[in-house]
Design a binder for this molecule. Structure first.
Ligand code: NIG
Ligand code: FE
Length: 415
């Protein structure tokens, strides 16, 4: 199968040299390399070659698409989601409008515990069906790789159910999926006063079972006041490491929790959220390979402070953006909307925001050799935009979907 795209208005995030950038940071983030008026050839699901229309070679493509006026970008890499959940939490949304905070709702047994109850009452089949539909929806908004967490089971059976659903999604979906084991999302009611008991359950029962079935790629902990302390987080990360699981953790969402520092210390692939980030956190991140991942759509939806993206980028570091799609703090996996929030609220430029959710998103899932840019040999998971005037138009045209067609594994995707 050879698919040739011709008359591409702009082939964005194209890597022409032989060197591949595994991530971009600081000033590099303000550029999206592009080839104007381009062609692109895909063979057997991979990017075969590309260049300017004036140099287009003779080729025996099996399918040719003339897409004048339309741009091509690498698909979004959404590196932080909780897309597998059983029910919405619209009632809590109302409670928050009336003045209750996210933390107060959690303390009263709502929030994550509410989702856990619903998940444990839902069959694996029903959960799969719902999650598959959500995945289709975000793919049609441009997502071409995604990380999905467990964390609404909070017991062996429920966590297994979630991870098996994620495994089934991996098997049946056209996009690469990373599974993140997040039993340490909240203490279940029965363990509120017995933290050790829950940590032992995770370490001695859940972790061995998950890894025996090969269900998890990463381990996550919600390191936050009222959830898991730094010491508890360390214990869990050490246990995960024994099973070969690298961390990607929830850090510094509501407080200066020490989550960033403990994540960096344990060589986390990413530390995510980062609403509360000051000099100490930036110092800890500097020189590490841990990706600072910002989730501003969750801050938007909760009405809390935004992440200091400018401080991090201006300190020369990379920034990744992800949706945090979940029923409580961000019931949307819409990356184009996330880009608008990043530009308007975090003052990221459109180029920075797009780098953050393509190559840096890929790096935050260790998929930078596969996805995130348009480079020879990479997997052809691509967005063909509608006819748009510029890249800036994507975050500018907020609430609308810039995607005309998705190409996944080299083929036009119809859902
Ligand atoms: O990333 N902060 C912790 N976990 C999720 C929200 C989970 C929920 O409220 O259901 C988050 O925002
Ligand atoms: Fe999250």
């Amino acid at each position: 199968m050879r698919l040739l795209l011709t008359n591409i208005k702009s082939l964005c995030q194209a890597e022409t040299g032989t060197e591949r950038k595994p991530r971009v940071g600081g000033k590099e983030m303000s550029t999206i390399p592009a080839i104007e008026h381009a062609w692109l050839l895909i063979e057997d699901g991979r990017i075969h070659s590309f260049g300017e229309m004036k140099d287009i070679p003779e080729t025996n493509a099996s399918q040719i698409m003339d897409i004048s006026g339309q741009m091509v970008l690498p698909a979004w890499c959404d590196s932080h989601t909780h897309l597998v959940f059983a029910a919405p939490r619209d009632k809590e949304f109302e409670d928050r409008i009336k003045g209750l905070s996210y933390e107060e709702i959690a303390r009263r047994g709502g929030g994550i515990l509410n989702s856990a109850k619903k998940l444990n009452d839902t069959s694996e089949e029903e959960l799969y069906e719902q999650s598959y539909n959500r995945l289709q929806q975000v793919i049609m908004q441009g997502t071409g790789a995604i990380e999905i967490k467990s964390g609404y089971g909070l017991n062996l059976e429920g966590e297994l159910k979630m991870l098996r659903v994620i495994k089934k999604l991996k098997e049946n979906s056209a996009v690469p999926i990373k599974a993140n084991f997040l039993a340490a999302h909240a203490y279940p009611i029965d363990y509120k006063q017995n933290h050790d008991g829950y940590l032992n359950l995770i370490i001695n029962e859940m972790l061995p079972k998950m890894t025996e079935e090969g269900l998890a790629d990463y381990i996550d902990v919600f390191c936050e006041e009222g959830f898991f302390s730094v010491a508890e987080t360390e214990r869990l990360l050490e246990a995960g490491a024994k099973y070969g699981l690298k961390p990607k953790i929830h850090a510094n969402q509501l407080h200066y929790s020490g989550g960033v520092q403990v994540g960096v210390k344990h060589k986390a692939v990413s530390v995510d959220h980062l609403e509360c980030v000051g000099e100490a956190e930036i110092e800890a991140l500097k020189g590490s390979n841990t990706m600072p991942t910002l989730l501003p759509a969750a801050a938007f939806f909760l009405g809390i402070q935004y992440q200091p993206a400018r401080k991090i980028i201006d300190a020369g570091m990379p920034v990744c953006l992800a949706t945090d799609y979940n029923p409580g703090s961000c019931p949307s996996g819409n990356v184009p909307l996330l880009l608008t929030i990043a530009c308007t609220q975090l003052k990221m430029t459109p180029e920075e925001a797009i780098n953050a959710v393509t190559i840096n998103g890929a790096a935050a899932m260790e998929l930078e050799n596969e996805l995130g840019t348009i480079a020879i040999g990479k997997r052809a998971n691509l967005i063909i935009t509608k006819k748009i005037p510029s890249l800036t138009f994507i975050p500018y045209d907020f609430g609308n979907n810039p995607v005309d067609k998705m190409i996944l594994n080299g083929e036009l995707y119809s859902g």
